[in-house]
Each structure stands twice: as structure tokens, then as C-alpha cells.
Design a protein around this ligand. Structure first.
Ligand code: NA7
Length: 591
């Protein structure tokens, strides 16, 4: 049973308007932090160049937002423009965009349909931006996010090319003492992390990689100026969403493409094309109803999910439904709009999987290659869709190396070595994914009450309440943090940033110091996430969804899998109960 802990809150606190606190020099404790941070920077500076300034004067802010992607931009807008707070945002990228700033590999595009892969909070924004395609390319999404930044004048509050290195909670001031890679020290009452679910890159530890004489790239750190691949011998390691897109895009242009596949993938056609005008008209006619339905659905992808169990219909009907979904396109549609139980019932899952297997056998002409490309495990990773991926392996200039059977032994100056010998390459592309969900949090030196280090607390797997906050880390909010909803991201970002804004407003209006979840509430949420996830098939398969893609990372449940509608109900419930499950503490001593 979750309870509200209103510890130390003065019952008759005067309500004060939410608004700016003035910038001020802070006390000795913060200065001590600044000195430690400066010392540590000096040590860092001996190893890597940082543009540190020796000016340790501390800036006082109401809030710091980390990240200028979908989540961070919206959070900045809400806190600065709705609550009138003194907020600054930071991003280590050179511009806005988050994942869409970095992921510039050939073929990079959203594989979520754009009707729900955008903001909904501003009707005029939705109406004025004309998407060209059902699944926009990276460049188009980046232009959209730049447009949003300009439209809401967000850029003036964002510092780019700057990493947040440390964030320590100061129990005397109830402020987060934050230091940046440029040497700034900030004391902020609230810290909002929009650091991205999939942005901390995963480079496999393969012997000899540094000896490779050609060029190496990671899909998520692709050079802005592009890479000339024409006529070259290119190798791609990894066949997840990024690999599948990149492989199909570059194959016609390279001299020879060698694909190193560890495990074969279930993928269905994306069926790229324009967005049907009829669908756009329908959304515009019923704008709020449409977005309510997105937020009330399970996956928030903007299409109706099926409520029909796969085994409740005849084999012929199942075939018809799968064929129809194959032709409409979209991985999430195939998994969630065909039948209601593909992610939970092994028999339903096998029916969906075996349909894809048949398609691979039909598309890929060489039976040996087709067999290598055919998965036999559960269809329970993040569903993929592609643009001619399987057909790519019919090309004469493409070869497939099954490194699940013949592991990569090492990399030499010439290329990648397996038991077959050396695969000679000019360019090697790592499409090896991310230290997902928690990776960007543990990179920052975050310390909560009592100096507890987040990376140590999460060493057996993350623990949060509602994917939004962590017990012992007051006033630290996460957008799409671990144990948030397993859904399409932009609608979830909005829902979470709205909740965070309201919670901050509540703290300020009541002149409180902090809000944080109780340990009991967090334990209950972790337990619930585990129970729900283990009722599905997703934890049974190793992937980034449960941390199993990064060697040494604890395998754990990292999502709330009961759906967006249920998640929104839970958020609403916390507000309606006056933040049941959260401790609201103290006065705003730092103000
Ligand atoms: P993913 O989906 O994590 O895919 C990474 C791929 O890299 C996957 O095929 C891995 O094989 C492969 N991989 C990772 N390490 C190795 C080593 N050491 N050797 C061979 N192959 C390896 O990352 P993506 O970037 O494609 O997509 C991540 C998400 O970003 C995606 O779901 C979207 O939401 C956007 P494995 O399958 O693990 O055997």
C-alpha cells in the first residue's frame, strides 16, 4: 500500500506564486563542491582535453534540463514558459535533436509512423508542419526539432557541446550541485534528465579493433559530412534496427558489403510512402480525440491495437491477417495490430514468427543464406521493419557471415577475422547499438542523499518509481527513465514532462524543499514492473530491452509493460491523491 509522506511540511505554509528565484551566490557547501569539481577537472584534464574555465562562481537556477532531444526540448518549454522558472538546458551535441542529431547513418529514419512520432501539445505546430513521408528520414526529423526549438525560442536557454559531468544532491541547501565539462558550477533546485533511452553507444570489445587500417564508424556517431562508401569494401557488424536500415541503404552503392550477423532478426516491410491524406484529415477533424486515444492505448503508436487472440481464429484467418499487416507495413503494427497476444502467448508468438520465416524463405533466393537469416527464437525483441532488407542478400555484392556460428576472433589491419579467414575491408561499421535505458545516467556522477552514488545503487539493475523519480534522489526527474512505459516515445515524453511540471509546481506553490518517492512506493513499482514483464515473452529473449546486449550489464526489467493507458492512470492517481507514494519534505531553504 503506497502512502503519502508529508514529512516536515509546515501545514500552514503560505502559498507562494511559482516563479523565478533570483541568481545568487550560494553557501559554503556549494563552494566546497565547486572546489572538489574543479580539482577533479584538473585530474581529468591531465587525461583528456576539456575546455574548463577556472571560474568556479556558482550559478543559481530553478532547474537544469539535460538533453535537447524530443524530451528535453519539451521539458524546457514547460518549465521555462509555463512555470516561468529560471532554467538552462545542456546537451553534449552541437545542436538540438538528441538521437536525431547523432544517428546520421545512411538509411536512418523513424520506423514509427509519424502520425504519432511528433509533439501533440501545440495544435498549430501539428498543423503547420507537413511531413513528407510516413516514416521520416533523420534529416527531416532533425529539421522538425530545429523548427520546434526556433518556434518556441528554446535555443537561447540551451548550451550545446557541454556535458553534465556531476550532479550531487546537497542536503543542506536542497539543491543539486551540478558541474559541466566547460567548468560551470550550478546549484539548481530541480534536475530534469531527458538524456535519451538509446544514445549511449555500445562498442563491442573485439581484440585488435585499434589495429584496423581502414575507417571505423558507429552508426550512432556517423560523421555529419557523410562517408564516401562508393565502391568500397564495407563490413557492418550488427543487424538491429540501425543495421537493418543501413545495410539495405548502402548495399547498392558499395563495392562489396559483408554483413556480420550474430542473431537473425524478425523484420517485416516498412512499406514506405506518403501519409494517406484521409488519415491526416481524420486526425485534424478530431485532434484531441485522436491524441486521447493514443495516450489511452497500450503502445501509443497511433493505430488501433487488436483485441483478438491469435488462436481464437482459424489458421486461414491468421494467415490473412498477417498477410494484410505485411502489406500495410510496420513492425509495431505487425506485432500489436494483428492479434492481442503475440507478446504474451507462445503459440500466438510462434504463429507470427512462422509467417515471417515463410516470407524470408520466399524472398531470399539462396537457401543457405535464407537459412542463416531465419530466426527460430521467440519474436520478442523490439519489432523491426525494413526497406528491402532480406532482398538485399540476393545481391551479388553482399555476403552474410553468421558470427553466431563463427564468432569474430579479432580485427586486424586488413579486416575482420572469423574461422573462415580474414574478411578484408576498407570500412567497418559498428551497428552494435546502445547501453540502453540506464547508460546515460550511469555516465554522469549522480549522488543522492548521503552521497549515495546512482551507478552503485543501480549496479544490480535500475530501481525507480514510475520511471520518473528515484528514492533518495530528491527533485531529480527522468523522462523515459528506467521502468517507464514500454511505448512509442514522444507521447510518453509529453505525459511525463507534464507530470514533472505539475509536481514541480506543487513543490513551489507549497514552498516545499523536495519531492521524492518513498522506498516503499519504489519497491512496489519495481515489483509491479517485474511481475507484468514476466507475464510477457520479452524477458525471455536477450536484447537491449533488458540490458542483455551489453556484456557485464545486469539483466533486469527496465520497462512498465502494462501499456500507456494504464501508465497515464497511475500518473493521474498520484496527482489526485496529493502525491501518494512520494515524500514531500521541508521548506525551500535554498530560495
Ligand atoms: P540493437 O537493436 O541493440 O542491435 C545491435 C546489433 O549489434 C545486434 O544485431 C547485435 O547482435 C549486434 N552486436 C552487438 N554486439 C555484437 C558483437 N560483439 N558481435 C556481433 N554482433 C554484435 O541496436 P540498434 O542500434 O540497431 O537499435 C537500437 C534501437 O535504436 C532500436 O531498437 C530502435 O529503438 C532505435 P545480437 O542481436 O545481440 O546478437
Amino acid at each position: 500500500m503506497m502512502t503519502l509522506n508529508l514529512i516536515d511540511a509546515v501545514p500552514s505554509v503560505a502559498m507562494r506564486p511559482v516563479g523565478r528565484t533570483c541568481r545568487h551566490e550560494v553557501g559554503e557547501k556549494v563552494k566546497a563542491f565547486a572546489e572538489v569539481a574543479a580539482d577533479e577537472r584538473e585530474i581529468t584534464a591531465m587525461n583528456e582535453p576539456v575546455s574548463a574555465s577556472d571560474d568556479a562562481a556558482t550559478t543559481a537556477l530553478d532547474a537544469v534540463v539535460i538533453g535537447a532531444g524530443f524530451a528535453g526540448l519539451y521539458a524546457l518549454h514547460k518549465l521555462r514558459d509555463d512555470l516561468d522558472l529560471d532554467v538552462e538546458s545542456f546537451d553534449d551535441a552541437g545542436g538540438v535533436g538528441g538521437t536525431w542529431y547523432w544517428n546520421r547513418y545512411p538509411g536512418a529514419r523513424s520506423d514509427t509512423e509519424v502520425i504519432a512520432y511528433c509533439y501533440s501539445f501545440d495544435r498549430e505546430l501539428y498543423d503547420e508542419w507537413q511531413w513528407s513521408e510516413r516514416y521520416p528520414r533523420q534529416g527531416e526529423i532533425l529539421r522538425y526539432l530545429n523548427h520546434v526549438a526556433d518556434r518556441f525560442d528554446l535555443r537561447r536557454s540551451i548550451t550545446f557541446d557541454t556535458t553534465i559531468e556531476r550532479a550531487w544532491f546537497n542536503e543542506e541547501t536542497n539543491r543539486w550541485d551540478i558541474s559541466t565539462s566547460s567548468g560551470r558550477v550550478i546549484a539548481a533546485q530541480f534536475l530534469v534528465c531527458g538524456v535519451g533511452l538509446l544514445s549511449s553507444t555500445n562498442y563491442p570489445d573485439i581484440e585488435g579493433v585499434e589495429t584496423f587500417a581502414g575507417q571505423t564508424y558507429h552508426t550512432a556517431r556517423w560523421p555529419h559530412e557523410g562517408v564516401g562508401l562508393e565502391g568500397k569494401r564495407v563490413g557492418v557488424i550488427g543487424t538491429g534496427s540501425s543495421g537493418v536500415q543501413c545495410i539495405a541503404e548502402i548495399a547498392p552503392h558499395v563495392g562489396h558489403l559483408t554483413v556480420f550477423q550474430r542473431r537473425p532478426q524478425y523484420s517485416v516491410p516498412a512499406q514506405h510512402g506518403p501519409i494517406p491524406q484521409k488519415l491526416l484529415d481524420e486526425i485534424r477533424r478530431n485532434y484531441h480525440g485522436y491524441w486521447d486515444s493514443v495516450r489511452g492505448s497500450i503502445t501509443a503508436f497511433g493505430f488501433p491495437e487488436s483485441d483478438v487472440p491469435a488462436m481464437s481464429v482459424s489458421a486461414e484467418e491468421r494467415e490473412r491477417v498477417f498477410e494484410e499487416a505485411w502489406n500495410i507495413g510496420g513492425g509495431f503494427r505487425y506485432m500489436f495490430a494483428t492479434f492481442s497476444d503475440i507478446g504474451v502467448d507462445p503459440e500466438a508468438n510462434e504463429a507470427a514468427a512462422s509467417f515471417i520465416r515463410q516470407k524470408i524463405a520466399e524472398i531470399v533466393k539462396d537457401p543457405v543464406t535464407a537459412e542463416k537469416l531465419t530466426p527460430y527464437d521467440l519474436y520478442a525483441r523490439r519489432p523491426l521493419c525494413d526497406d528491402g532488407y532480406f532482398d538485399t542478400f540476393n545481391r551479388d555484392n553482399v555476403s552474410l557471415i553468421d558470427v553466431g556460428v563463427q564468432p569474430i576472433r579479432k580485427i586486424t589491419s586488413e579486416g575482420v577475422v572469423t574461422d573462415e579467414g580474414v574478411h578484408e575491408l576498407d570500412v567497418l561499421v559498428f551497428a552494435t547499438g546502445f547501453d540502453a535505458v540506464t547508460g546515460n545516467y550511469v555516465k554522469i556522477d549522480i549522488r543522492g542523499r548521503g552521497g549515495e552514488k546512482l551507478r552503485e545503487q543501480w549496479s544490480d539493475g535500475p530501481r525507480t518509481h514510475l520511471g520518473l523519480m528515484i528514492a533518495g534522489y530528491p527533485n531529480l526527474f527522468m523522462i523515459f527513465g528506467p521502468m517507464g512505459p514500454f511505448t512509442n516515445q514522444p507521447p510518453a515524453h509529453e505525459v511525463q514532462a507534464d507530470w514533472i511540471t505539475e509536481a514541480i509546481e506543487h513543490v513551489l506553490e507549497h514552498d516545499l524543499g523536495t519531492i521524492e518517492p518513498t522506498v516503499e512506493a519504489q519497491n512496489a513499482w519495481v515489483g509491479e514492473c517485474n511481475e507484468i514483464a514476466h507475464g510477457t515473452l520479452f524477458p525471455k529473449i536477450d536484447s537491449w530491452i533488458n540490458g542483455a546486449n551489453v556484456p557485464g550489464k545486469p539483466v533486469s526489467v527496465m520497462f512498465y509493460m502494462a501499456g500507456m493507458g494504464a501508465y497515464c492512470d497511475r500518473l493521474r492517481q498520484t496527482v489526485e491523491t496529493g502525491y501518494e507514494g512520494f515524500a514531500l519534505r521541508g521548506e525551500n531553504v535554498g530560495a
